[in-house]
Design a protein around this ligand. Structure first.
Ligand SMILES: CC(C)(COP(=O)(O)OP(=O)(O)OC[C@H]1O[C@@H](n2cnc3c(N)ncnc32)[C@H](O)[C@@H]1OP(=O)(O)O)[C@@H](O)C(=O)NCCC(=O)NCCS
Length: 454
């Protein structure tokens, strides 16, 4: 990574911090992640988030550890499919453990053992955590004729005490246990707890931290089941996949098979339906995966988003430093005409940017001359080159020109003619320029004219 990209990453981290600091992020972390060499660095990163003002809540998954603890003590435990609608309206249909009364002490022991692994790992970064009875639960009763005994469902997340722990700068840890009003404890799925916590705490982010390529979300999903039909997603800016809830829903249509990846996707979808704007499914074994997903716009997981994430949009005054940052090296090389902040402000309505999470990574302008339009100031942040941003900006400007009833668009370029040719532009003459534009044509630059008839 060169110095500019490094600085850009630092800027992006600051930008995210100012945008999201003080907001809550819920992490559901699968048990196998705790056994991976990637676990200590992951905990370090979560500790760092907590130390820099983010409110981090952890819900450890303990399924595999509970299974092995029960097996070790010779206690049988089965699973059932939950009844549709009985497991909370938005909750996914992940299989549920039948927790016999004799199994419950071992389930508690295993759940708290896993929770303390998190506490210990966090303490290495000097971040304190609280394992607490933050989940009020009720028994599931009899499902399809099966007595679920000590398996429960979330009745309520106790957001007020969680909030107090967070305000102290500590990390609340919610083991997969809930407590009923009559003093009985229940085994509750960690997915359900995490989902309910994200909804109750108004989390802006929900991370499903899985272990293994197939549980790392849709990329794993595609490997296992082929690309989800009709699901485009947006690779866009990043190597990871961005899905709308509708697209996630399509990937979950019946007949697509089952498995952990789909369970994770169903949980992610449920969280997004519960109002979490961004839900990320990541492979927790990858170093820096959470920070990469949060700060670099270059994450490697799958994200379901309900807010505007990346789009070409009109420029805002606060984008001007970004635009100048992108254009400066190109202006210095003479690839672009020099523009001052005032030049951009004076023509503000002509400028558009490709923004991701409030930051501009590419820009372009459409200036009008009667029935003709000039596409100008097209530039892409060097850290985001060759990701199709230039094409998206020009495509947007061409569509805008068409919608505005323009007959043709032209561009004046000294070094990028080949690229515009690939977009359908053909070489034109200076004389074909609108008269007004001919007057301001800089013959020293001797730019070539490329034209696209609309
Ligand atoms: C030209 C520019 C806008 C392209 O943006 P981008 O987002 O990196 O490009 P895209 O991802 O849409 O397209 C990438 C393709 O264009 C090619 N390309 C990029 N710059 C090129 C250039 N100057 N000439 C020819 N081809 C070019 C890439 O090699 C790549 O080819 P591939 O698809 O075969 O791999 C960007 O390189 C830039 O900012 N250039 C400097 C400013 C400029 O010249 N602006 C135009 C004058 S108004």
């Amino acid at each position: 990574m060169d110095q500019t990209s490094r600085m850009d990453l630092v800027r992006e981290a600051f930008h995210y911090r100012s945008r999201f600091a003080g907001s809550t992020m819920v992490f559901k972390i699968d048990f196998p992640v705790t056994r991976d060499p990637g676990f200590p660095p992951l905990m370090k990163d979560l500790a760092l988030l907590a130390q820099t003002g983010f409110k981090v809540v952890i819900v450890p998954g303990a399924k595999e550890w509970i299974d092995s603890t029960l097996a070790e003590h010779g206690i049988k435990s089965g699973y059932v499919e939950p009844e549709t609608g009985k497991n909370g309206p938005a909750a996914p249909k992940t299989k549920l453990r039948i927790t016999a009364a004799e199994a419950m002490p071992f389930v508690e022991m295993a759940a708290f053992h896993v929770a303390t692994r998190f506490m210990t790992a966090l303490s290495a970064s000097r971040v304190d955590s609280v394992i607490g009875s933050f989940v009020r639960a009720r028994g599931l009763g009899v499902l399809n004729g099966t007595d679920m005994e000590n398996t429960g469902r979330v009745e309520k997340i106790l957001s007020a005490p969680i909030g107090r722990v967070l305000d102290l700068g500590m990390i609340p840890i919610l083991p997969c246990i809930g407590w009923g009003p009559s003093g009985k404890s229940y085994n509750v799925s960690s997915g359900e707890i995490a989902l309910a916590a994200a909804a109750a705490l108004g989390a802006v982010k929900f991370f499903i931290v899985a272990a293994g390529p197939d549980s790392a979300g849709i990329p794993g999903l595609s490997r296992a089941y082929g690309p989800p039909d009709g699901v485009e997603g947006r690779g866009g800016l990043s190597v990871s996949l961005r899905l709308t809830p509708q697209e996630a829903e399509k990937a979950l249509e019946p007949g697509r098979g089952d498995g952990k990846a789909l369970d994770d996707l169903a949980l992610a979808l449920a969280a997004s339906k519960a109002g979490v704007e961004r839900v990320h499914i990541v492979d927790g074994r990858e170093e820096g995966v959470v920070l990469g997903e949060l700060f670099s716009n270059m994450g490697s997981g799958t994200m379901i988003y309900t807010d505007e994430y990346e789009a070409v949009r009109p420029v805002k005054t606060r984008d001007i430093p970004d635009i100048l940052r992108i254009m400066e090296p190109l202006m210095r090389q003479g690839v672009l005409v020099r523009r001052t902040p005032e030049d951009i402000l004076n023509k503000k309505e002509d400028f558009f940017v490709f923004g991701v999470d409030g930051r501009a990574h590419a820009c372009g302008a459409l200036h009008r001359y009667g029935g003709d339009g000039e596409i100008a100031a097209v530039a892409v942040d060097s850290a985001y080159a060759d990701m199709g941003l230039g094409r998206r900006i020009v495509g947007f400007l061409v569509n805008k020109a068409k919608k505005d009833g323009l007959k043709k668009v032209f561009v004046l370029t000294t070094q990028t003619q080949d690229w515009f040719e690939t977009l359908g532009f053909v070489e034109g003459s200076k004389e074909s320029l609108p008269v007004e534009r001919q007057k301001t044509y800089n013959s020293e630059r001797n730019s070539k004219v490329y034209v696209l008839e609309l």
